[in-house]
Design a protein around this ligand. Structure first.
Ligand code: ADP
Ligand code: MG
Length: 250
């Protein structure tokens, strides 16, 4: 019997007088794509920050594969298989897409940044990086310098960098934000290709993408989970329509 990969129980986070996480309970099963939707300011990024270990909750617990990681620093969580997208700081603009992924593979293998000079020549590293790009359907980015990439390609590369750590659970905070319609569709295809192999918690406003990808959807409003269920459940939920989807008056 296998339990959830991520289990959040009774999470609370306060910013002064604002309750940004209000008794949040949520789980992600192995291989599941669980989408988290909600209006701006609902507390989605705050939740991701707490799962990743960047923000400390005021109460409640976070378990990864059954183990309580509420007090474990980010690096320890990464070692347990957690990754998030869009750590822009990790993209080196003057290097190629392949170099960036090779560096991330090198970090996974435990080398320090001091050896970066070697990562551009080390054939095993480059070959592992090519494999990561291929797995994500991004082989065509390989030799392109980051500075020459379109916005959508940068987001794809950030995804590849996150995949280089071989995560079991990927946290995606608005991967379609700022993308054009074609780029969004490409991102949906890439995520569909990863689906089932890697569990994902997807924060996204693009509802076409959410409905195309999600096994389950939870809705966050003012820090509270107001609904959670299948895509069909969420589409039909009157409270969700009123609070978020902007339909009806109820
Ligand atoms: P979302 O990602 O759903 O748009 P956020 O998690 O970014 O929402 O923010 C939730 C609420 O918490 C917002 O009202 C925001 O202004 C507030 N907030 C987020 N981070 C901080 C912080 N570091 N200090 C104070 N307030 C914050
Ligand atoms: Mg946010």
């Amino acid at each position: 019997m296998s339990g959830p990969l991520l289990a959040i129980d009774g999470l609370n986070k306060r910013f002064g007088g604002l309750l940004a996480s209000d008794d949040i309970s949520l789980d992600v099963r192995p291989g599941e794509l669980h989408a988290l939707i909600g209006p701006n300011g609902a507390g989605k990024s705050t939740l991701i920050g707490q799962i990743m270990g960047d923000l400390r909750p005021d109460g409640g617990s976070i378990r990864l594969d059954g183990e309580d990681v509420t007090a474990v620093p980010t690096a320890g969580r990464v070692a347990k298989g957690l990754a998030r997208t869009f750590q822009v700081a990790e993209l080196l603009p003057d290097y190629t897409a392949l170099d960036n992924v090779a560096l991330a593979v090198q970090v996974r293998q435990g080398h320090s940044f001091r050896f970066w000079a070697d990562a551009r020549r080390d054939e095993p590293l480059r070959s592992a990086a090519r494999h990561v790009l291929q797995e994500a359907g991004l082989s065509r980015l390989g030799d392109a310098p980051v500075t020459g990439l379109a916005q959508g390609e940068r987001k794809q590369l950030e995804l590849a960098v996150a995949l280089a750590s071989e995560p079991r659970l990927l946290l995606l905070d608005e991967p379609m934000a700022g993308l054009g319609a074609g780029e969004s569709r490409q991102m949906v295809e890439i995520l569909l290709g990863l689906k089932g192999r890697i569990a994902m918690l997807l924060v996204e406003h693009d509802m076409d993408a959410v409905f195309a990808l999600a096994d389950r959807i939870s809705v966050l409003v003012y820090g509270r989970v107001v609904a959670s269920g299948s895509a069909a459940d969420i589409r039909a939920d009157a409270d969700v329509k009123a609070a978020y989807l902007g339909e009806g008056d109820a």
